[in-house]
Design a binder for this molecule. Structure first.
Ligand SMILES: [Zn+2]
Length: 256
């Protein structure tokens, strides 16, 4: 095992010494169509017995995507149509401040109905991990959402009323470079750093550490990394991989 793996397991041991269990969760984004990569993803989850939170794009979603292996897969809402609505010079978002809140809420409501099903949770994962409209954030709980997931350690001092925010912290894709696997060292250091920050109180100790993947762009190295991470941690006594219902403290909504 390389040193970056050893650093992760050293950190897990420190949690264990402190009487705590390391809690991870796994989110994968951009599911919409039936696809060999999606099949592989769901098989990886079941084979490794690691729960998968699949963020689904409602626009043109295929019915089979909404009926995955119910033992291991939960469905989250990945925006509505994954279309950029930000202006030039603004960061990428489907939900810019310039869009009237009522329009965004209407789009969300229709999309939410499209992805309703037995394993769907009322959790919003905004495309590009961003909502530019503060007014929209404030209306999400009233629109029926219970959870929100973006990227980066959540800020304990900035809760959004009525929503459980649990983000992801380890993006396994190198979007700015190769657009393939970011590399074992980078991925593992991000995981270890978040765990360390939680243990030392520099990050919210109660936010589970999230792994983010994008099955449609995985190269073999990405698949291999996920399989190794799951294999090496899943049966470790000091580690738990959480189901999204536990992560967000809410239940699936049942078939529409
Ligand atoms: Zn996306």
């Amino acid at each position: 095992m390389t040193s970056v793996w050893a650093e992760l397991f050293d950190e897990i041991a420190r949690w264990h010494d402190a009487g705590r269990t390391v809690d991870f969760w796994w989110r994968d984004d951009d599911a919409c169509h039936a696809d060999p990569a999606l099949d592989r993803l769901v098989e990886l989850s079941a084979g490794a017995q690691v729960p998968l939170a699949l963020a689904v794009v409602a626009h043109q979603v295929e019915a089979s995507v909404l009926a995955p292996d119910a033992r291991w897969v939960r469905i989250l809402q990945h925006g509505t149509d994954h279309v950029r609505r930000n202006g030039a010079g603004e960061k990428k978002t489907e939900f810019p401040a310039s869009e009237p809140v009522a329009d965004a809420l209407q789009r969300l409501r229709l999309a939410r109905a499209q992805i309703a099903g037995p394993v769907t949770l009322p959790v919003l994962v905004p495309p590009w991990n961003r909502i530019g409209s503060v007014a929209l954030l404030d209306r999400l709980a009233g629109a029926g959402y219970r959870g929100l997931s973006r990227f980066g350690a959540r800020k304990a001092g900035a809760p959004i009323s009525g929503l459980v925010q649990v983000n992801t912290h380890v993006d396994i894709i190198d979007w700015r470079g190769s657009r393939g696997f970011v590399g074992e060292a980078s991925a593992l250091r991000a995981a270890t750093a978040h765990l360390q920050a939680r243990r030392e109180g520099r990050a919210d100790p109660g936010e589970p550490t999230g792994i983010l993947s994008h099955h449609l762009v995985h190269d073999e190295a990405s698949w291999r990394f996920l399989a190794q991470l799951f294999e090496r941690t899943r049966s470790h006594a000091g580690v738990a991989w959480l189901d999204a219902q536990a992560v967000f403290g809410c239940r699936c909504e049942g078939a529409a």
